[in-house]
Design a protein around this ligand. Sequence first.
Ligand code: ADP
Length: 422
Amino acid sequence: MAEDKPQSAEQKKQFQQMLQNKQIEDKLNEITHKIMVMSGKGGVGKSTTAANLAIGLSKRGYKVGILDTDLHGPSITNILGLEKKRVDIDDKSKQVIPISYSESLNVISIQFLLQDPDSALIWRGPIKIGVIRQFIADVNWGKLDYLIIDSPPGTGDEPLTVAQTVPGCQALIVTTPQYVSLADVKKSINFCKQVKMPILGILENMSGFTCPHCGEEIDLFKKHGGKKVAEEFSLNFLGAIPIDPEIVEMGDSGISIFDEKEDSKTLIEYNKILDEVEGLLKSTKTESKKSEVKKNKKEEKTMTEKKDSNVTIIALPTVAGKLCEHFGHCEKFAMFEVKGTEIKATEPLAPPSHAPGVIPEWLSKQNTDIIIAGGMGSRAKNLFTEFGIEVITGVVDGDSPEEIVKRYVGENLEIGENICDH
Ligand code: ADP
């Protein structure tokens, strides 16, 4: 009689393993790009990089997952402000539902499964390997453009499991510029060579510091070390992120640097790195969420399809109905149509998510002629100008947007110093 099911314990184990391999394969087939963020040593900003890379890509319209394989010191959850969340199991599929950071970014970490978040895990290799495999096989990841895998520092069981379980995964190696860290980077490079994992590139973190008071650049941990090591090993240099107190703040508050000022140097550098990553992986990029976003943008309601040339459209960033000092932090834009001295308030508009260049382009699509704001950095100002929008800054008026526009039209609006002209 033919036997459908395995009999011995060993056969059962093999059968389970086969099933899991199949599940892993199916899950990974739904994910286009897999990037493991690694570093030779701890504290160089590997998890911070993994989190920012994932947030940045998701803000660009990709579907992204973060898999935190740092089982002994998971920090992704804190960086993303998700440390109190606990996962649920889907009744039907019996799959783990990842925790959502945003509509397009889901996260899995051991932290979501711990009863006591401060408890220490004392796990040996085989258990860790099992957990990481389950994090892929048993989690309802769905279709993803990018899976960002945060691994613990060094070249232990966790990165090895990823290398053996996730075919096509590429390594992104994070280092600080100083020598001790670079010596460890070489170990990471050798590890990747041994396990035949392609290296996407090297990222230099904590690269220089700009004094917030005098603007002088100080190379606390030196500079360009990551670039040199990339050159030495003929690897891609993805870019350098400066030391930025706002990154530390992000780790404490869970607020992303991508929601910060549009012209922050750190954000500009992160965006360059994202351009680099997108460019390097372009050949295998799928048309997914990004095309949907483009489509949605096309379908976005424009305020006036064809504008009367005698009408001037003025936009003011607002929070709780009042002028917001930094347009990048605003909730809505109060919109006004001005014809001569006639002012008509139209429906306030919620801006799209914040990334350099997005708001100027979006406001130009709303036929905006003028933006009145409290403060604006020179880069953002230039972007608005490029889109043909006149920028008026230095307005610290606590009045309603309508009052401000009335004064502007009546030529009695007080204009002070640009609040963040640096
Ligand atoms: P790792 O994962 O390599 O151990 P983390 O990402 O946890 O490192 O970062 C270690 C600490 O350094 C955290 O407090 C984090 O906020 C801080 N940090 C990381 N990158 C930067 C940076 N560019 N500027 C300032 N602080 C940073």
